[in-house]
Design a protein around this ligand. Structure first.
Ligand code: XUL
Ligand code: CO
Length: 438
């Protein structure tokens, strides 16, 4: 393994919970079994190329602060190829086995589509080479349909058909490259698919166009034999005032309306959930209840800030709740925990990238262990199943089976009277139960 770009950082060792070494895993033991799978198999960690390799850490008030000694003077293909080596050294040292990228994260946009495509192909050669060298895999690819000025009023929902076409051409290429790299999925995040003012917007037409766009993607996947999982990623605001894919429920409704439920699952991001006024576990459970929980963009927001801060997840209570939802639905199939997170502007040294990822991985390893212990213990599950037991037989079962209607239920009430006192919900007891494991 090369140690060219992070010469001072070794492969992150596992030292256990007594270690005081900040760059050691205290809990993440890739090959340790939790239940019937190893931690690595459960957690499927992924590095987000756009943040870890491309985020200069600017904010609306200040210039980039990140020190990245490997960056060349020009944003050209040579520099982009070199950066791939940096990314893979980083993943080898952290033990992260997947990554995700947008087309424009990995290779620079050219003056024409043809030039952009050949830039992407040239960098994809190196990505493939490094994947083969290290065994790291592509969790999902995507196209950046939000940075370039042509997309200032949307891509698939732009009022302008030429812009729609450009977006389609870009996604076509990104899907081809994702397939070439053996990507296990492909994500659609509607970066500018939304609106700023209704005074100039036809919501119905824009949604129809987005539906068409996704059907074209589904058709093209079939045509080229790309069998990775498609995801749609909910987010309520930023950059537009109102994003169409505002939360899990809105995405599911959209997918049903446009007959896309068989083709897309959801990629749930914590900070997007909280911006939508939901907890991440709410979003996960809504997606899972529809059989559509696909993948997770693992990060966190700041409760006191109303924007997308994309911080690394460190809150063990939160990682526990995420892992509880995930284990309940049987774990990931194609998805993973993609660290769609950036270090703070104040944390500008290369080594901060390691602190951030190692901490996030350890936080999820603990969440996994705690969630597994809660499930093994069984009391929480037992409480919930007993709470719904009246639907397991008799009248409740007839309701669930569609065997009774309003008339039968009225007759039931007339002969049985009041339901009687319902049992307590015991929220505090259950919160205390969870804390027993932390
Ligand atoms: C933006 C965001 C994106 C998507 C991929 O908030 O989460 O990075 O994950 O386009
Ligand atoms: Co994301």
């Amino acid at each position: 393994m090369s140690s060219e770009f992070f010469p001072d950082v070794p492969v992150i060792p596992l030292e256990g919970s007594d270690s005081k070494n900040p760059l050691a895993f205290k809990h993440y033991d890739a090959s340790a079994k939790v239940g019937d799978k190893t931690m690595e198999e459960h957690l499927r960690f992924s590095m987000a190329y756009w943040h870890t390799l491309r985020n200069g850490l600017s904010d609306p008030f200040g210039v980039p602060t990140a020190i990245r000694p490997w960056e060349g003077a020009n944003d050209d293909v040579e520099n982009a190829k070199n950066r791939v080596r940096v990314a893979f050294e980083f993943m080898e040292k952290t033990g992260i086995k997947y990554y995700c990228f947008h087309d424009r994260d990995v290779a620079p946009e050219g003056a024409t589509l043809t030039e952009s495509n050949s830039n992407l192909d040239a960098v994809a050669d190196v990505l493939l080479e490094e994947q083969q060298r290290t065994g790291v895999k592509l969790l999902w690819g995507t196209a950046c349909l939000f940075v370039h000025p042509r997309y200032n009023q949307g891509a698939a929902t732009s009022p302008y058909a030429d812009v729609f076409a450009y977006g389609a051409a870009q996604v076509k290429k990104a899907m081809e490259v994702t397939k070439r790299l053996g990507g296990e999925g492909y994500t659609f995040w509607g970066g500018r698919e939304g609106y700023q003012t209704l005074l100039n917007t036809n919501i119905g037409r824009e949604l129809d166009h987005l539906g068409r766009f996704l059907h074209m993607a589904v058709d093209y996947a079939k045509e080229i034999g790309f069998d990775g999982q498609f995801y749609i990623e909910p987010k309520p605001k930023e950059p537009t005032k109102h994003q169409y894919d505002s939360d899990a429920a809105a995405c599911l409704n959209f997918l049903r309306q446009y007959d896309l439920m068989d083709h897309l699952k959801l990629n749930i991001e914590t900070n997007h959930a909280t911006l939508a006024g939901h907890s991440v576990e709410h979003e996960l459970e809504v997606a899972a209840a529809a059989g559509a929980l696909g993948s997770i963009d693992a990060n966190t927001g700041d409760e006191m800030l109303g924007w997308d801060t994309d911080q690394f997840p460190t809150n063990i209570y939160m990682t526990t709740q995420i892992m509880l939802s995930l284990l309940k639905m049987g774990g990931f199939t194609t998805g993973g925990l993609n660290f769609d997170a950036k270090v703070r502007r104040e944390s500008f040294e290369p080594v901060d990238l390691f602190h951030a990822h190692v901490g996030g991985m350890d936080a999820f390893a603990r969440g996994l262990k705690v969630a597994h212990a809660i499930i093994e213990d069984g009391r929480l599950d037992k409480f919930v199943s007993e709470r719904y037991a009246s639907y397991d037989s008799g009248l409740g079962k007839q309701i669930e089976n569609g065997e009774v209607g309003f008339k039968e239920l009225e007759a039931h009430v007339l002969s049985n009277g009041e339901p009687g006192v319902t049992p307590s919900g015991r929220q505090e007891m259950l919160e205390n139960l969870v804390n027993e494991f932390l």
